[in-house]
Design a protein around this ligand. Structure first.
Ligand code: ZN
Length: 401
């Protein structure tokens, strides 16, 4: 056997290429997707960029930015991260307008420069060192995650879309550091519903509507767990029906661990503080930008679909699908069986295969303990290893004769 371009080739190839292709197609026999599920979700990661601070922090400091685009068959969202990495800040990552924004579909609604805070024991996790950001899945679902080093906890955010979805589902997790006690967890959402009123010297009429009540600016809306399952942020002046503004935005709140909170309905930003039981360790919510829709259409959407969307949110397993499907014992047995079946032809792949089995074992143990970083690595390993798996399968088939 010789190696050509890293691919083992039989010198005494008794089987011609067409036959191998035939075998491959038998091995790869994947059921054709149903006609109605042609839409997929794409995720684009810009990678890390840096620039010199202008307004974000002390001039001269270095600002790190990164963005993720996630697009279903229905809507495209983008998320932008920004944080100052100057060593003088230690593990903090200041950014004057916020660290995690949603510039698309609209810069208003969920604020482009920073709409999300995860306040644990009074400190925002999103404003601390990034442990990692990566795409988890594309295709039948699309998702990415970001992990932050809060002084008292490792905090993760996963954002996911379904191909038919007009919204982004999110899963937030906090794991206390050893010796740390978490006393409070509040998810803070900053919105400018439909239009940047004050900035443009205009006066609007902000509202927050839940299934239970509807309240107008300027006021404080106290949230009731178990009842306020969705919040719609809208403005009666800046309504698409009147030819003004972008349209409303909203959130659906998973009720597990949700204990209440409040919404500050100001004349300009509308800021929500969603409180969660620290012991729950996680929270789920879904973000909607209804840009292009009238207030009435958005209200109608929540009335018609709010309940079903909440059910799907709660039922969603945010782990990447290859990880969900993995049973390590079965994986190990399958790989060993393929190695044995591939016999001499598999020899060249043996060290890599054994290393893969060892890595999958390590990462699957860590991910079972809730380590999202390990789970992301595990998902990548499983996806990347598919090529090796098919090679072994072909060798095993060739040796069967
Ligand atoms: Zn700085």
């Amino acid at each position: 056997m010789e190696i050509q371009g890293g691919i083992p080739v039989r010198q005494d190839a008794r089987i011609a290429a067409p036959a191998i292709l035939l075998l491959l197609s038998a091995v790869l026999a994947v059921p054709a997707p149903a006609a109605e599920t042609t839409a997929t979700v794409s995720v684009r990661d810009s990678g890390v960029s840096t620039h010199v601070a202008r307004y974000e922090c002390t001039p001269g400091h270095t600002i790190e930015t990164r963005s993720f685009n996630i697009e279903s068959g229905v809507r495209r969202y983008s998320f932008g991260y920004s944080g100052c990495v100057d060593p003088s800040h230690g593990d903090e990552r200041p950014s004057s307008e916020g660290n995690f924004g949603m510039p698309t579909p609209t810069r208003c609604n969920y604020y482009a420069a920073g709409f999300l805070g995860i306040i644990i024991n009074g400190k925002d996790a999103i404003r601390h060192r990034v442990i990692g950001m990566q795409t988890l899945e594309t295709g039948e679902r699309g998702s990415f995650q970001a992990l932050f080093a809060h002084p008292d906890a490792t905090v993760g955010v996963r954002l996911l879309m379904y191909p038919d979805g007009n919204h982004v589902l999110s899963h937030i997790q906090w794991i206390p550091r050893e010796g740390a006690t978490i006393n409070s967890v509040t998810v803070k959402l900053i919105t400018y519903p439909s239009y940047f009123t004050t900035f443009n010297n205009r006066v609007g009429d902000r509202h927050c509507m839940t299934p239970r009540t509807d309240q107008q600016q300027v006021s404080r809306l106290d949230l009731v767990a178990g009842e306020d399952t969705s919040l719609l942020f809208y403005d009666t002046v800046f309504d698409v029906a009147r030819g003004e503004g972008e349209g409303p935005c909203g959130v659906v709140i998973g009720q597990d661990g949700f204990t209440g909170g409040h919404v500050d309905i100001a004349a300009y930003p509308v800021v929500s503080y969603l409180d969660f039981d620290p012991a729950a360790g996680q929270a789920k919510m879904a973000f909607y930008d209804f840009s292009g829709m009238t207030n009435a259409e958005a209200m109608e959407y929540f009335a018609q679909h709010g309940r079903a969307d909440l059910e799907r949110l709660v039922a969603t397993d945010f782990r990447p699908e290859p990880v969900q499907k993995l049973t390590f014992a079965d994986f190990e047995a399958q790989m060993n069986e393929l190695l044995a079946g591939a016999a001499d032809d598999g020899e060249a792949l043996r060290p890599k295969t054994l290393q893969l089995i060892a890595d999958v074992k390590t990462h699957s143990q860590s991910s079972a303990a809730g380590d999202w970083e390990a789970e992301a690595k595990l998902a990548k390993l499983l996806i990347d290893s598919e090529e090796m798996l098919w090679k072994l399968k072909v060798f095993a088939l060739l040796n069967k004769e």
